[in-house]
Ligand binder design. Structure first.
Ligand code: ZN
Length: 174
């Protein structure tokens, strides 16, 4: 192996680590309390009930895909991941207030990230085993819309990272 190649490789290894550090989108999910949450989900009655046809009419194409089909918007493309204004984040489907700018933090994942919801009762959490990953899904407790996932690698005081889709949220500035 030539010296140039060795130098090139040694220069790239630390770069790969830096790239990985910012790539915290899919770590091990928050699994504790899953059973309890699943039970809670089954018993939960959503205040807003619409047929899929009705949701298709009121939501845009991307919003419908994320909120009703559990889709995920590409990282760094959403309207709110970099939003630093003070205000309240509402469910894009039913306008229920869900998160506050006070608990939003820079996660460098490319999705709006919060360490807790406005109220525990604002969201529902349910285990999600799709795509061979163990994750915990976050849904609006008012209408059942899929918002994103919660991971156990957030900052204090909760240690949680609610990693949400911009398209599942509306923002109301203070
Ligand atoms: Zn909702």
């Amino acid at each position: 192996m030539s010296i140039t190649k060795i130098l090139l490789i040694s220069a790239m290894v630390p770069l790969m680590f830096v790239a990985r550090a910012c790539e915290q989108s899919e770590p091990d999910s928050l699994m504790k309390g899953d059973q309890k949450n699943t039970k809670k989900m089954k018993e939960h009655k959503f205040k807003i009930q619409k047929s899929e046809e009705e949701w298709r009419i009121v939501l845009g194409e991307q919003e419908y895909h994320i909120l009703r089909e559990k889709g995920t918007e590409p990282a760094f493309t959403g309207k709110l991941y970099d939003n630093k204004q003070n205000g309240i984040y509402l469910c894009a489907a039913c306008s229920e207030p869900l998160f506050s700018s006070e608990t939003k933090f820079e996660s460098c994942t490319g999705w709006p990230s919060f360490y807790k919801p406005l109220a525990d009762s604002a969201v529902l959490e349910e285990s999600d085993d799709r795509y061979g990953m163990k994750r915990t899904e976050v849904r609006c407790a008012h209408c059942g819309g899929h918002l994103g996932h919660v991971f156990p690698d957030g900052p204090e005081p909760t240690g949680l990272r609610y990693c949400l889709n911009s398209a599942a949220l509306d923002f109301e500035a203070e």
